[in-house]
Design a protein around this ligand. Structure first.
Ligand SMILES: [Zn+2]
Length: 333
């Protein structure tokens, strides 16, 4: 053991003076506080969801109607299509149109030209969710109380524009805050040229949901984990029961939706099973892809009449549907 003679003093000459020591301590505490605040902020932001604006959605409903009824083959239809593509391209580079044709079964000389519009978010994510709505208007108001108006087109503020309006606002939100899953917004064309009893005379009458059928046919490998279809979701007196076909084959999706609606206390989502609706989701249910149809039923009185106009709808109803959608999509991992 070395003698104590040459030992260095216990306090080296580099010893920190007391005032400097307290400064270091302060800096140390400040560092911890800043780190903790940053961590809290990070977790708060991580858990937060973007804010759906019913006003934005309602404005987009009115905008669609300002073109006129979006009946395939008309100028209004073309203008609306251009508007959707232009708007969606602001939110994602991945916007495409799928053109298809359909030969009318009642007038076999007539060929309908349809366009499905697809906007994708988080393209590399293999888990995909499909949010969809039809964007076309019915060419005939065959349910109008005034028979002389049966050949006039339906404006489709609720039947068409409402669902698309919600999805355009969703697209804006996806562009500012990415969800954890991949999302495809699909706007179907040619949903609404169908005849009521087409199932009985499939060779002579036109079915509903032609655009969704064509989309399914043109994208046979598209396999989203689940989907939500919006149709007639803008009525001022919104009432959405659980659509019967969705109950049968997309119950897990309905559970997510109703859980979110319950969280917000939205009584518009009725805790009961409604009628079955022949809509764009059926083709996916047949392929065992659970797509739930959120649709008002019984249908409003003005359904397929010339009275399906923006004044029947409200930003509040669109906002409730939108907020539920935000909750469901941003909870998905
Ligand atoms: Zn319709």
């Amino acid at each position: 053991m070395a003698s104590g003679k040459n030992r260095k003093p216990l306090k080296s000459s580099k010893a920190v003076p007391a005032d400097k020591k307290s400064k270091i301590r302060l800096l140390y505490i400040a560092g911890i506080v800043i780190f903790a605040a940053a961590a809290v902020l990070f977790f708060l932001l991580k858990g937060s969801k973007p804010d759906f604006s019913g006003t934005n959605a309602y404005n987009d409903l009115v905008k669609q109607c300002s073109f006129g009824p979006r009946v395939p083959g008309t100028e209004a239809h073309k203008k609306a299509r251009e508007f959707f593509v232009e708007r969606l391209k602001k939110y994602t580079d991945l916007v495409s149109e799928e053109h298809f044709t359909y030969r009318d079964k009642k007038d076999t000389s007539k060929i309908w030209e349809g366009y499905n519009i697809i906007a994708s978010f988080n393209k590399d994510n293999t888990k995909r969710i499909m949010l969809c709505a039809h964007w076309d208007s019915r060419p005939w108001a065959d349910n109008d109380p005034d028979p002389s108006k049966h050949n006039q087109p339906v404006m489709g503020a609720n039947d068409g524009a409402s669902g698309v309006a919600v999805l355009l606002e969703m697209a804006r939100l996806f562009s500012i805050q990415k969800p954890d899953v991949g999302v495809d917004i699909v706007l179907f064309d040619l949903e609404d040229i169908g005849d009521e009893n087409a199932d009985e005379y499939p060779d002579k009458l036109n079915p509903f949901a032609i655009g969704a059928d064509k989309f399914s046919e043109m994208n046979p490998n598209y396999q989203p984990a689940w989907g939500i279809l919006l149709d007639m979701v803008g009525d001022k007196e919104l009432e959405i029961p659980k659509e019967a076909n969705s109950v049968a084959r997309a119950g897990s999706v309905l559970d997510k939706v109703w859980k979110a609606a319950e969280k917000f206390g939205y009584k518009e989502f009725k805790n009961e099973t409604g009628g079955g609706v022949g809509d764009d989701h059926i083709v996916f249910l047949k392929r065992y892809i659970p797509v739930a149809d959120l649709v008002q039923s019984p249908f409003p009185e003005y359904w397929h009449t010339t009275h399906d106009t923006p004044d029947k709808c409200s930003s509040q109803s669109l906002e409730k549907v939108g907020k539920v959608l935000v909750e469901v999509v941003y909870n998905e991992k």
